[in-house]
Design a protein around this ligand. Structure first.
Ligand SMILES: Cc1cc2nc3c(=O)[nH]c(=O)nc-3n(C[C@H](O)[C@H](O)[C@H](O)COP(=O)(O)OP(=O)(O)OC[C@H]3O[C@@H](n4cnc5c(N)ncnc54)[C@H](O)[C@@H]3O)c2cc1C
Length: 466
């Protein structure tokens, strides 16, 4: 056991990702004694933050790591569009306003960014990319925190919270078979969502959740979230809402990360286990539609689907880490996928017959579409006819859940009934549902973590000083 753990701290931070470290560094900068209790072993520290690549922020265009200005009003418009207005406007505006400080703040902590990114992601103006990815960014934050005297404890899952009348007293961790009580004057909960807790997901999705793949850490089981809700902290967000994309079905159950994502859908057709198409693959551009496919695949029998393309498309998208399944005929491809060969041949033939002539351009909403199908393909429809044929199996890949704890502009948790907690703050995925009622905007997960992490660190430090 770490000898100092029994002494008590000014600020106790639960979790070890971007939100936790942003809070810990901020509180330590204010001169407070801070402990970070990370449930994962050191190698796996940092939860889903390890998998990230970028952060969305408003800026005036002068940053060398981003192109063009990204005004607050445009950021807010983007957020309203993806959430359909389901956001707390005050907190959304606060997130966006304070996102302007993040590049500078992270730079001060030793985080480095890449030059702006061109290419198919089209995020150079809105998102800054971490040099060395999320892990590089986390390593810089941990180095800074430890240099400032923050005590980081790994393999320290929080198993109980002592909260009295909305006031934090202590957290109990399990370490090396013992239970240790860690006291603090203020709490920052930054322990992620419950996406890795299949039993919890099953409450909303039924048995289908057994077939979900979790793109990030197995340690985000929602234990801290559950304890807080059970102790009377107000809940926010729809428990059935989560960020889910279709990922390569051969990905591991947890932690497959970004390399298992597949962007082939718009280039061909998607069929389910019954070799039937089920949604318009060309409805809109991929950045606007990729996040609906996790849910669509989750609704299919066995929660599996297959993206089918031919050789004219194989080089047009970023491949997954797993090779495509290849065959010289549709019949052979069906056999390799254990689909009914006759049905797959028919669905491809019907699709090919429905394709209208057009000028293919996957960078715009082109005029290549089908006519006469019950489920149309509105853009990028080209005949699937040039062997070899390829397929990728896809399953729902859950990124994170939206149920969280309610907070105010100080990142202070609100009790059931709305009263602010005396000394408890929350940041990151565990409260992201305040800003994201539904939908997602690439890079905003890290923005929410860093903005509310810093606010929580400021608030907790202020409280502990009194
Ligand atoms: C593959 C992938 C790619 C992504 N890419 C991006 C991206 O490029 N940009 C972006 O903005 N967002 C991205 N996201 C989303 C992003 O990862 C999250 O929004 C962000 O990391 C949340 O930060 P956090 O600190 O709240 O949670 P996390 O980083 O997940 O940290 C939660 C921490 O809590 C710990 N913990 C859990 N339970 C306990 C417990 N009981 N006791 C103690 N500790 C506990 C975990 O071990 C973990 O360290 C991506 C997610 C995935 C899965």
């Amino acid at each position: 056991m770490i000898p100092t753990l029994g002494q008590g701290f000014d600020v106790v931070v639960l979790g070890g990702g971007n939100a936790a470290l942003s809070a810990a560094i901020t509180a330590a900068r204010a001169g407070r004694r801070v402990v970070v209790l990370e449930g994962a072993p050191k190698f796996y520290r940092g939860g889903n933050t390890r998998h990230t690549r970028n952060l969305r922020c408003s800026h005036d265009g002068s940053a060398p790591t981003m192109t063009g200005p990204y005004e607050q009003a445009e950021f807010l418009d983007d957020l309203y569009r993806v959430t359909g207005g389901q956001t707390d406007t005050t907190l959304a505006e606060l997130t966006i306003a304070r996102s302007r400080e993040l590049l500078g703040w992270m730079d001060e902590q030793g985080v480095r960014f890449q030059p702006p990114l061109g290419g198919t992601l089209s995020l150079g103006k809105t998102n800054a990319f971490f040099l060395g990815g999320g892990r590089g960014m986390l390593n810089a934050l941990y180095r800074k925190a430890e240099d400032m005297g923050v005590v980081c404890v790994y393999d320290a899952p929080v198993i109980a919270l002592d909260i009295q009348d909305g006031y934090f007293v202590s957290a109990t961790i399990r370490q090396a078979g013992s239970e240790i009580v860690v006291r603090g004057k203020a709490l920052v909960a930054a322990a992620g969502g419950f996406e890795a807790n299949i039993e919890w997901l099953k409450k909303y999705w039924g048995e289908a959740a057994e077939n979900f793949l979790i793109r990030g850490t197995p340690y985000n089981r929602g234990d801290v979230l559950r304890m807080l809700l059970d102790k009377g902290i107000g809940a926010v967000g729809d428990p059935t809402q989560c960020h889910a994309v279709a990922i390569d079905a051969r990905a591991p159950k947890f932690d497959g990360g970004i390399a298992t994502r597949l962007d082939s859908v718009v280039f061909g057709i998607m069929v389910n286990r019954d070799a039937q198409r089920f949604y318009d693959e060309g409805e809109d551009t991929w950045p606007k539609r990729y996040a609906i496919w996790g849910r669509l695949v989750a609704q299919q029998p066995g929660q599996i689907a297959y993206s089918i393309i031919d050789s004219s498309s194989i080089r047009l998208f970023m491949p997954s880490i797993f090779p495509a399944i290849e065959a010289n005929s549709i019949r052979e491809l069906a056999t390799k996928l254990s689909l009914d060969p006759g049905r797959l041949e028919k669905i491809v033939a019907d699709f090919n017959a429905a394709v209208r002539p057009g000028t293919f351009d996957h960078t715009v909403l082109d005029d290549c579409r089908t006519e006469g199908l019950i489920i149309p393909k509105s853009h990028w429809a080209r005949r699937i006819e040039k062997p070899p044929f390829y397929a990728y199996p896809l399953r729902p890949g859950i990124t994170f859940t939206y149920l969280g704890v309610k907070v105010n502009e100080e990142s202070r948790m609100l009790l059931d009934g709305g009263k602010p907690s005396g000394n408890m703050f929350a940041a990151g995925e565990i409260m992201a549902g305040n800003v994201l009622g539904k939908g997602y905007l690439a890079g905003i997960g890290m923005t929410i973590g860093a903005v509310f992490g810093r606010l929580a660190g400021e608030g907790a430090a202020r409280h502990a000083a009194n």
